[in-house]
Structures are given as C-alpha cells and as structure tokens.
Design a protein around this ligand. Structure first.
Ligand code: NAD
Length: 477
C-alpha cells in the first residue's frame, strides 16, 4: 500500500524515472503541497518511446486471452486499493471522498469490461465474387499510442483509454494532467504489479506539455493520439497529428442542455439535475450547462431546485458531510466567477447563492433569466452554477438545445412517450439521458459529435479505436 503512495517521478519502462526539474502538486482544498514531482526530460521521453516500441513488439506475440488475464489482475488490484486511490485523488483533485470511491469503481469497470472485450476482436470471412478466393479481415493493434488526459476524473479518463489499448495489444505513453499526476502513477504501478509488460504503459510527468506532446505528434512511431480535454487543446493536437496522419480519438468539451418539459416529474427532474450539475462540483464534460424549463412548470421547478441546492454542503473532500469540494485552481474559480458576473451584468438574475467559504471553494449559485447569447450559456461553466432559461414549446426547446457548437451529452425529462421519441431523434448530441442525470457506463459508447470530438470510449466501439482492420485476399485454384 505504501509503495502506491510514493509517487514522485515519471514511470518509464516499469520503473521510476527521476530528474532535477520539479513541480508541485497542490491540494486544492487548502493549497498544501501534496508532493513535489519531477518533470520528464528529453532523455526520459526518448527512452519512453523506445520502451513502448519494444513493448509493442512483445505485445504482438501475446494472445488476447493473456492480455485479458493481466487486465483482470489490474482490475482486482485497483479495487483492493480503493480507499488509498480515492484518498490520493481527494488530495490532488479535491472531490468528496464518496465521489472519489465511485470514480475508483467506475475506472476499474473499464478494465473489467475491456478484459472481456479483448477476446472478442473478431475478423470476418467475406463471400468472394468467384469460387477462387478466400477473402478475410483480421484486426491488429494500431501500434504505439500517445494519450493525454485531464484532471477532472484522474483515474477514469486513463483506464477508459489504457484498458482498451492494452486489450487490443497496443503500448501506451500517457501524459496525465499536471494537476493530478499522482493518481496516474499509482495506476501505472498497479498495472505493473498486475504483470503488464515494462514499457506497455509509460507515464510521463511534465508541467510543460506543449513541447513534449508536439514532439511525439511529429514522430512516425507514434501511430495514434487519444486525447481527453478542452476543445481548444484538442484542435491544436489534431493539427499537430496531421503531418504524420495519426489515428485520433478526441473526447472534448461539452455544453449539455438539461430540458424539463411540462409533463416531467419535477421532483425526479431536480434530483437528476443535482447529479448532472453538481457531481464533481460541475467540473465534468457532461455537466448540465444550460437548464431549459418549459414556461408553464417554471415556478414549481425553481422552488424544488432551490430547496435541493440549499441542502448542498461545500467543504473539504475528506469531510463525509461534503457534497461540493473546491474548484481545481484559482484560475478555474476566477473563470467561473467572471462568467457569473458577466451574466449578471447582461440581465441574468441571481436567484440563489450559498455561503462563501473563500479559498478555492465556491458556493452553489442559481441564475435565472439567462439568455442563449450570454457567455455563460455558450461556454463550459465547469463550476457549481445552474443557469436557467425558459422556453414556450418543444420546437423552441430543441432549437435552443442545438444552438451551440458542442454535441456531447444532453438530458431531458418528459413523461410524454411520443415527445420522448421525437426529441431523442432531433437532439444533436452523442449521448442523451432521458429522465436521468447520470449516463456514464463502461458498457455504453461515450463520446460526442460536432466539436465535442471524434470516436467513442467504452463499449464494444471503444476497442475498435485501437484496432486496424487488415484485409487478406488469398487466391486458390
Ligand atoms: P485541457 O485541455 O486544458 O488539458 C487536458 C490535457 O492536455 C492536460 O493533460 C494538459 O496538460 C494537456 N495540454 C494542455 N495544453 C496542451 C498543449 N498545448 N499541448 C499538449 N497538451 C496540452 O483540459 P483540462 O482543463 O485538463 O480538462 C477539462 C476539459 O476536458 C473540459 O473542456 C472538459 O469538457 C474536457 N473533458 C472532456 C471529456 C470527454 O470525455 N469528452 C471528459 C473529461 C473532460
């Protein structure tokens, strides 16, 4: 257990790689230093690529069943370290402990899922046009994968990529967020204990990702880039990957509408919104960003929402009473506050604001009379702010919901069956929660359309992201 908590350096070729160039991981709840970690240097990044290429050659000789066995052991190790991993996550990310435990289980569920999917990467036999050919496809690992992940879900965003990559037989170079590197290293150590080949999962720490990632993007030996993060950085990485024509998967930002129709059960709509908005303190790509409420049920909805929001407790993640931890950085908090100030200046109304605790904590806020053109409705808020706007009919709700560049998750509450079918079909989003506010699941395809990204994670589709289809044509007489 202790070994797991001693993480200070990059993890390259199955061992710790130290340099003298350091940066500090801070606890967002109190700004205390959690750890001083070392940044990878040029020699380390070259060694990581070399090791990943070697591991790829080794992995090509393993069977899917062997890789599945390693994943099963990794899954068991993650779960047996649940408390330690969760506490580590609270210390570097700030989320409440019960949410951190939920994330450990969610992260582990991808490892379990892809241990099973590993054995199902079937090829095909294709009927030939004549009687003299055997036409087949087989699936092969894409190659060395580069993964870049964010801080908001420090474990799950990693296992959602590494588990399918390993299941497919790819080696992986991971650059986790500089805010939450410790969870990433802990995961890699457990993977190593589970028997993952040295070099199959390299974790490189740096506070200056741009130069490191640009170099890897230019390298032809890196065959795939998988990124989870902001749309702004996603665009840069897509452009950088163009020169070497890499496979890419992009899990980018969202701007989820949460629509409440007049037939909705208001209590359950509010309960769903509390999860969709306040989980991880609003710092989720699938967080409800705009709450659209049919005018005729606005009054009871706001009453119920206000009561539920008043019950939220802001505090340190290790306090069992905490619902909302701190925001990740001062920069993040200032951005949320600026969006709120700007909206108020443009005519939104401050309907409710919780108690201000200072530091990186932020009180939950409800804004009403929000308009679609306000910045707060057009950008990801990434904080505990509910923005409410009203609509008069279904057509207007859909127009408002679709009128953004993002297309990740959407939610709506209705008890009208015909309306449920109509609205599900016209919402331009990759994932839709119908009468529920929590849609994440390792067995289902997670991902967005429009500028929210490319590709899917989890589900059977998640494995294909790391596989190439090879076609074999054999002639016989
Ligand atoms: P971010 O884009 O700032 O950073 C993500 C990662 O990219 C980090 O590891 C960071 O170090 C790295 N990075 C930053 N600039 C880079 C550059 N120029 N070159 C290479 N790498 C660079 O995002 P964030 O603040 O860490 O995370 C929040 C964002 O992630 C939100 O937009 C959220 O919606 C998105 N997100 C999306 C999903 C999804 O599945 N669609 C899931 C979680 C988070």
């Amino acid at each position: 257990m202790q070994l797991l908590l001693e993480h200070e350096h990059s993890f390259i070729n199955g061992t710790s790689y130290q340099t003298t160039n350091t940066f500090t991981v801070l606890n967002p709840a109190n700004q205390n230093v959690v750890k001083v970690v070392s940044s990878v240097d040029e020699k380390g990044s070259q060694s990581a690529l070399h090791g990943a290429q070697q591991a790829l050659r080794q992995l090509r000789r393993t069977s899917a069943i062997q890789r599945a066995e390693v994943l099963k052991k990794w899954y068991a190790l993650i779960l047996s370290h649940e408390q330690a991993l969760a506490e580590l996550m609270v210390s570097e990310q700030g989320k409440p402990l019960h949410e951190a435990i939920g994330e450990v289980r969610y992260a582990a569920s991808f490892v379990d899922w892809f241990a099973q999917e590993a054995t199902r990467s079937y090829g095909e036999v294709i009927p030939a046009q004549d009687g003299k050919h055997q036409l087949m496809t087989i699936k092969e690992a894409v190659g060395v994968v580069l993964g870049v992940t964010p801080w908001n879900f420090p474990l799950a965003m990693i296992t959602r990529k590494v588990a399918p990559a390993y299941a497919a037989g790819c080696s992986f170079i991971l650059k986790p967020s500089e805010e939450t590197p410790l969870s990433a290293i802990a995961l890699a150590k457990l993977a190593n204990q589970a028997g993952m080949e040295a070099g199959a999962l390299q974790v490189l720490l740096t506070q200056e990702p741009a130069a490191l990632i640009a170099k890897y993007c230019q390298h032809t030996a890196v065959r795939k880039l998988t990124f989870t993060g902001s749309t702004t950085v996603g665009r840069i990485l897509l452009a950088q990957s163009a020169a070497t024509v890499k496979r890419t998967s992009m899990e980018l930002g969202g701007n989820a509408p949460f629509i409440v129709y007049k037939t909705a059960n208001i209590k359950s709509a509010v309960s769903g919104l509390m999860t969709a908005k306040f989980r991880n303190n609003g710092q989720a790509c699938v967080a409800a960003n705009r709450v659209l409420v049919e005018q005729s049920c606005m009054v009871p909805f706001i009453e119920e929402l206000t009561e539920a929001t008043k019950r939220l407790r802001v505090g340190e993640g290790m306090d069992p009473a905490t619902d909302l931890g701190p925001l990740i950085t001062l920069k993040a908090k200032n951005k949320v506050m600026a969006l709120v100030e700007a909206a108020l200046g443009q005519g939104a109304k401050l309907h409710y604001k919780g108690e201000e605790l200072g530091g990186l904590f932020m009180p939950p806020i409800i804004l009403t009379d929000v308009l679609p053109e306000m910045d707060i409705a057009r950008q990801e808020i990434f904080g505990p702010v509910v923005t409410v706007m009203s609509f008069v009919d279904e057509q207007q709700s859909v127009t408002l919901a679709n009128n953004v560049e993002e297309g990740l998750a959407a939610y709506f509450y209705s008890q009208d069956v015909a309306q449920i079918h109509r609205v599900s079909r016209v919402l331009e989003y990759g994932m839709i929660g119908i009468n529920e506010g929590m849609i994440s699941n390792s067995a289902t395809p997670f991902g967005g359309i429009k500028q929210s990204g490319l590709g899917r994670e989890g589900a059977k589709q998640g494995l294909d992201e790391y596989l190439e289809v090879k076609y074999l044509s054999q002639k016989f007489d």
